[in-house]
Ligand binder design. Structure first.
Ligand code: URA
Length: 231
């Protein structure tokens, strides 16, 4: 496809505007500034506009290592949102598949594919979510059993579904849950008299947070990773 046509489709500009962006040296193809709209670009070309990568329309699937202090919503009066970390054209069209609290870190999924995110988050699909948890008090001997049996959360009609606790240290554990109730992990530990002081999501289903991503960094999912959540 010609570069100017590609820009029209991905940035949403006219041919004339695309020509201007090219002239202003704001577009790179595989790292090189390109000024001619007539240049043909390969299907897998890495095209960037003002440093943000461009893709032809089609669903997008992103994993981010969410940093502390960012909220999982499009707008917030107090804290920055995770969307400000996305250097993507059309980032506002993405939504979060499974939100994390402002102080929680780790694996966050963003997409514009509603069906896919439904499979990630819907309780019907019982998708495991594993969290590394740091606690205020030592983990008592009966906590794992209490979580396997299910605990009552204030304001909820039913107990939590069986969850697996792997104790790693006196005040550190991995907890795997299949639901995604509001503040679920914090409320589960509160229900057994403890307090979460740090929370980091390591995996969702078979998808594990890419260790090479620093807090705030993100990357597209591979086809194989996307398929973890397909029927
Ligand atoms: N459970 C919580 O309490 N907070 C999160 O951010 C995720 C799960």
């Amino acid at each position: 496809m010609r570069l100017d046509k590609f820009l029209c489709e991905t940035v949403g500009v006219t041919r004339t505007q695309a020509a201007r962006l090219l002239k202003e040296k704001r577009v790179t193809v595989n790292g090189d500034i390109v000024k001619s709209g007539a240049v043909k670009i390969a299907e897998d070309a890495d095209v960037e506009f003002d440093g943000a990568s461009l893709r032809l329309s089609g669903p997008r699937y992103i994993m981010m290592n969410k940093p502390e202090g960012y909220v999982c919503s499009h707008e917030d009066g107090h804290n920055p949102t995770v969307f400000v970390l996305l250097e993507e054209v059309g980032a506002e069209k993405l939504h979060i598949a499974g939100r994390l609290d402002c102080d929680t870190t780790g694996l966050l999924l963003l997409t514009d594919d509603g069906q896919w995110s439904h499979r990630v988050t819907s309780p019907k699909h019982k998708c495991d979510k594993t969290y590394r948890v740091w606690l205020d008090d030592p983990i008592s001997d009966d906590t794992a059993e209490a979580f396997t049996d299910g605990v009552a959360l204030r304001g909820e009609k039913s107990d939590t579904l069986p969850a697996q606790l792997e104790v790693l240290a006196e005040k550190e554990a991995l907890l795997t849950i299949h639901e995604g109730k509001y503040h679920q992990v914090k409320r589960m530990f509160a229900a057994v008299g403890n307090k979460v002081v740090g929370l980091h999501r390591e995996s969702v289903g078979e998808l594990v947070l890419d260790e090479s991503l620093q807090p705030g960094e993100y990357r597209s999912l591979t086809q194989e990773e996307i398929a973890f959540f397909l029927p």
